[in-house]
Design a protein around this ligand. Structure first.
Ligand SMILES: *Cc1c(COP(=O)(O)O)cnc(C)c1O
Length: 337
């Protein structure tokens, strides 16, 4: 099987497992795990923040960030299709009593400043208190440019808002654009990054921010059941990934381009040119009766796994080779041709 469902399907490499095996550990709830502490210091310094907190998942990391920024009855501004709003079970509203204000996004994932500004509520008892702007990079595999994020975070701050970045695939954005990750995080008061996506760790995310914000997030992490004990075995995988799996993301991006190019020219099939490791395929109305479940199962029959909730989505990662991409192209052409 060629598994293109997500970059989360990777298995830790032998060298990563060795790093996990050798990691010194302690009880992180007491703050005693040297490997967790090293990871937190490393990622905070790399991204230009005072502090960081290791998290079991990106969902919990985003949730704790939203809850650290906002109080009950506050509101956060977020893209209509953003992960924190759409794909995290409504946690901010359910667990944080934080009202999301979803806003339209362009094809490139941007929310125009005019939309953001128009959604900021007056300070009046009728309204939730608009407290936070949350953006996502990469968005649908596309890079939000530093010039855009610097501009809207500046303007948000001037209006008294805080800013959060869901940077689950921040390193993909950095590698694809040739802009340092810490430049892409400039202007954000907090950033969440995943180690378990393209970086290939089995588990883990980190939330970065000021010492004060991370202190508040720490309390929420405990309350949401995320206080881990000898978590150094997991942090070791993340540290290994930061050392060895960042630059190689360029290879996943090249594979995604190969895949997209290989699928050009099929009638009724539109393939978006990928910037990073995610390829979206849209089918014309004439093929919609086969879509998405029909196509997904037909591909599975041909040995290719992918997802098709809204559009067909194919994701490249550490565990797919150029050879497998060629085989996937041939299989997909057989199914869609
Ligand atoms: C995967 C993902 C998350 C959540 O990460 P989990 O570890 O799966 O909870 C958050 N945001 C984006 C954009 C993601 O792709």
């Amino acid at each position: 099987m060629i598994d293109l469902r997500s970059d989360t399907v990777t298995r830790p490499t032998a060298a990563m497992r060795e790093a996990m095996l050798q990691a010194p550990v302690g009880d992180d709830v007491f703050g005693d795990d040297p490997t967790v502490n090293a990871l937190q210091e490393r990622i905070a310094a790399d991204l230009g923040f005072e502090a960081a907190l290791f998290m079991p998942t990106g969902t919990q990391s985003n949730l704790c960030a939203l809850m650290a920024h906002c109080e009950r009855g506050d509101e956060y501004l977020v893209g209509q299709m953003a992960h924190t709003y759409r794909w995290e079970g409504g946690g901010a509203a359910v667990l944080g009593s934080i009202q999301p204000q979803p806003l339209p996004q362009g094809q490139d994932g941007r929310i125009e400043w005019a939309e953001i500004e128009a959604a900021i509520k007056p300070r009046d008892a009728h309204f939730a208190r608009t407290r936070l702007l949350s953006l996502e990079n990469t968005w649908g595999g596309q890079v939000l440019e530093a010039a855009y994020t610097a501009d809207v975070t500046d303007k948000a701050h001037a209006r008294g808002l805080s800013t959060h970045l869901d940077g689950a695939r921040l390193f993909n954005a950095a590698v694809a654009s040739g802009v340092a990750a810490r430049e892409l995080t400039r202007g954000f008061d907090s950033v969440s990054v995943c180690f378990s996506k393209g970086l290939g760790a089995p588990v883990g995310s980190a939330l970065c921010g000021s010492r004060e914000l991370i202190g508040r997030a720490h309390r929420w992490r405990k309350m949401t059941g995320g206080g881990l004990r000898q978590a150094g075995v997991l942090a070791a995988a993340a540290l290994y990934a930061l050392d060895h799996h960042v630059q190689r993301l360029a290879q996943d991006h090249a594979h995604a381009r190969m895949l997209a190019e290989g699928l050009q020219g099929l009638p009724g099939v539109r393939v978006q040119t990928p910037q990073t490791n995610i390829v979206f395929v849209d089918l014309d109305a004439s093929m919609q009766h086969r879509y998405p479940q029909g196509v997904v199962s037909a591909l599975q029959h041909e040995g290719v796994l992918c997802t098709g909730l809204y559009r067909l989505r194919l994701v490249t990662h550490l565990d797919v080779s150029a050879h497998q991409i060629e085989a996937a192209v041939a299989a997909i052409r057989r199914v869609l041709g």
